[in-house]
Design a binder for this molecule. Structure first.
Ligand SMILES: C[S@@+](CC[C@H](N)C(=O)[O-])C[C@H]1O[C@@H](n2cnc3c(N)ncnc32)[C@H](O)[C@@H]1O
Length: 453
């Protein structure tokens, strides 16, 4: 009979799988909770322990390294995972120290054998001798940026990149990094359900989103999958920032015939489904994705709405130049704007990831502009505020083309404050309660010649 309680064992299994198998916590945890039959307080404990450990992992590793007097990379993977879970309970949860140490030692015995018990016990006791604030003082030198990164559980390179995107304002950076309460947002799919109907279904704990007329925020939690509107595809889980991106494309003024819209990086199809509901009569939607399984998800997301869903490489277009009046280009990116929902991502990403994506993003944007009719618009979007994949991409492409004009994106998000100095628009969790979505609006000038096919 195991001496380890099920919630802690479940957290261990997920934390271990995230490191060893590159599992995604937001998929692995619900599965593991179901398999372990956990619900109520036990599920809540396992969820906090799992997400918290993953979110703070790199910083916990610094603490463990000091307490163990060795680099965490030198530890066996099971021991490393146990110590991270134990350190998180000691420093960030209201678990009594003796319970955190004892349960972690038993977990170490179960997953790594009796020989590690003494070591795990000694390391965890050393960690528990100081509070989290004490550890921050001990580990962080005077450097402000490093201290903010460490105190908020961020890699230094990422804190630096976010500071750049915030114009170097370290006071705001500290607020931004401290913001990590993910609230589930729903979209009432236009033409299928009104927001009021969705609000009525979502119950008293739900609120209308402040920025998107389609948004409902489940501020008191709850299972969105239990709502009939979500089950029947009349509503879906979608961050309010993503809704604003789709709405911005539909709101842009174009004075050319609006026959075809395109979503050229469409998978899994959240924005495509909203765009479909916003199409004027007589207008079609083409939704393209490079990967067949992502294109399949687009079809599922559209739930029977008629659209041309194609598997295509949007850097080598299969459509004619100037084919579309409006193009959404929601490029593959680092996803650094959705860290609240993916706790492990900050430690998985590498400093040069944004650089590596930059070239593809430039290529996709150039092709999207070619695919847009003169007078039409492209909305370029990322779920990342990293300047290398936002402003740098848009400015580089705009600088190289006389047939394109960068327009102010902010008026397309009416009522949304603090979007930055423009013409780019940047949403932030701490300012808007959305993911950190970025968008830019580019117009093909009306008298520009069609690019050669
Ligand atoms: C950020 S996601 C798009 C999210 C989507 N707009 C939504 O709201 O559900 C980027 C997508 O671009 C696709 N992609 C990557 N490279 C591509 C390419 N060369 N051509 C077309 N799609 C591509 C990826 O497969 C991925 O599904």
């Amino acid at each position: 009979m195991s001496k380890v309680d099920r919630p802690r064992r479940t957290s261990y299994d997920v934390v271990f799988a995230v490191e060893q198998d590159n599992a995604y916590a937001n998929l692995a945890l619900p599965r593991a909770l179901g398999e372990a039959g956990l619900s109520g307080n036990d599920a809540a404990f396992a969820t906090e322990l799992t997400y918290g450990t993953l979110r703070w992992q790199g910083v916990l590793d610094e603490v463990i390294a000091v307490a163990a007097r060795r680099d965490v990379g030198a530890l066996d993977a099971p021991v490393r995972a146990v110590l991270r879970l134990g350190a998180y309970q000691l420093l960030h949860m209201r678990v009594p120290a003796h319970a955190a140490v004892h349960s972690s030692v038993e977990l170490a015995r179960e997953v790594a054998g009796p020989r590690v018990v003494g070591f795990a016990n000694a390391v965890l006791r050393a960690i528990g001798r100081q509070s989290w604030a004490g550890w921050v003082d001990r580990l962080a030198p005077e450097d402000d940026l490093r201290r903010i990164a460490l105190a908020n559980g961020y890699p230094l390179w990422l804190a630096a990149a976010l500071a750049d995107a915030l114009g170097g304002n370290l006071t705001e950076l500290a607020i931004a990094l401290g913001e990590d309460r993910p609230v589930t947002h729903l979209v009432a799919r236009p033409g299928r359900l009104s927001r009021d109907e969705l609000l009525a279904q979502a119950g008293p704990g739900a609120e209308a989103g402040p920025w998107s007329p389609l948004a409902v925020r489940m501020t008191s939690g709850g299972d969105p999958g239990a709502l009939p509107a979500v089950r029947t595809g009349r509503a879906a889980v979608q961050d309010e920032g993503s809704q604003l991106v789709a709405l911005a494309l539909a709101r842009a003024a174009v004075d050319i015939p609006d026959r075809w819209w395109a979503d050229l990086c469409a998978g899994p199809g959240g924005k495509a489904a909203v765009l479909h509901g916003l199409l004027p009569a007589g207008t079609g939607l083409l939704a393209a994705d490079l990967h067949p399984h992502r294109a399949r998800l687009v079809r599922e997301s559209l739930r029977g709405d008629a659209a041309a869903v194609v598997v295509a490489d949007s850097t080598r277009p299969a459509w004619r130049p100037g084919a579309f009046s409006r193009v959404l280009l929601d490029v593959p990116c680092t996803g650094l704007g959705a860290l609240r929902r993916r706790p492990e991502v900050r430690w998985r990403r590498q400093p040069d990831d944004a650089d590596r994506l930059h070239g593809l993003q430039v290529q996709l944007l150039s092709q999207a502009l070619d695919a847009t009719a003169p007078g039409g618009v492209v909305v370029y979007a990322t779920c990342s505020p990293h300047l290398r994949e936002t402003r740098d991409v848009v400015d580089a492409v705009a600088a190289g083309r006389v047939d394109v004009q960068l327009e102010d994106a902010r008026p397309l998000l009416p009522g949304v404050p603090d979007l930055g100095p423009g013409p780019h628009a940047q949403l932030w969790p701490h300012r808007h309660g959305t993911d950190a979505m970025y968008l830019a609006v580019m117009r093909r000038l009306p008298d520009s010649p069609a690019p050669s096919a």
